[in-house]
Ligand binder design. Sequence first.
Ligand SMILES: Nc1nc2c(ncn2[C@@H]2O[C@H](COP(=O)(O)OP(=O)(O)OP(=O)(O)O)[C@@H](O)[C@H]2O)c(=O)[nH]1
Ligand SMILES: [Mg+2]
Length: 329
Amino acid sequence: MPTNLPPEYFAVDKRYRAATTTEEKIETLEELLGTIPKHKGTDHLRADLRRKLSKFKDSMQKGKAGSRQVSAFSIKTEGAGQAAVIGPANSGKSSLVAALTNAQPEVAEYPFSTWNPTPGMMMIENVQVQLIDTPPLNRDFVEPDLIDMIRRADLVLLTIDIQASPFDQLEETVAFLESHRIIPLHRQDDFPQDRRHTCLPFLILVNKVDDENLDEDYKVFTELLDDAWHTVPISATTGHNVEQFKWAVFELLEIIRVYSQAPGKEPDLTSPFVMRRGGTIEEFAAQVHQEIASDLKTSRVWGSADFDGQMVGRDYVLQDGDVVELRAK
Ligand SMILES: Nc1nc2c(ncn2[C@@H]2O[C@H](COP(=O)(O)OP(=O)(O)OP(=O)(O)O)[C@@H](O)[C@H]2O)c(=O)[nH]1
Ligand SMILES: [Mg+2]
């Protein structure tokens, strides 16, 4: 047994030994690995625990295959888009999802606390977007289902901790994702354009920016960074920059809100139709009602039009906040 193991190690080890289910064993083993300082003296112990962990994971996978359970990682998109909150252990993923949505994933001071994904809905003004809290990305153990889940998301919210070598965290995580062929959109030209590669928009959430000193650290961090990255300093604890974060999500999802107005009535501004940027009157009509789309006679637009209530054609491109009146034949 190596010396210099921290007290948490022994506390978690006790729970590991007491664990009765495979899932608990895996959970406590991951936690245990997180408590061990990385140096030569602990190499054997870490390797040994990893072996045990992979044995437990294998046996759980087999159990699952047998009973054909649906993976906890296949989460149906709800709202205007699905954003996967991912990143290294302890960066504050669960804290952010808890602070910004109606979900309450567990937050803990120790790393590797999250085991399963948890979806929650976040309001951006009058639009709901789904955020999913995920287990930490760790190079030693890859949950294939987690990789698949990220691949299916509309947006990646890569969360890193300003107080713990943020630049290294970013580089390591991106390298890890790229090794699994998940590519940040602005780097897509560096990779073959084939079906095996998934290019996704990324937003880097630089978390734990709790005060002005840390804002300075954030500035230094962004100076080191390629300008093409979208980043936002945030604090799950203080709520710093939450609004800026939400609008960055809105932008990167490339959505717009369009309101329907019945002839002679006021539009309902609380419940927009959400469309992709570049959406036309024709697509809007199809969302409102397929019948209206096929029988469309006239459409008038308030907002982006040259004047209020301007008549426009089917291929008119709508903008965020437009109000549209459709009349069928
Ligand atoms: N100071 C500060 N601490 C934070 C902030 N956000 C999270 N934390 C703390 O960081 C620790 C880890 O938070 P979690 O939300 O559990 O982190 P996680 O990324 O979900 O961790 P894993 O699930 O283990 O990967 C907890 O002690 C949180 O209270 C923040 O904005 N500022
Ligand atoms: Mg967590």
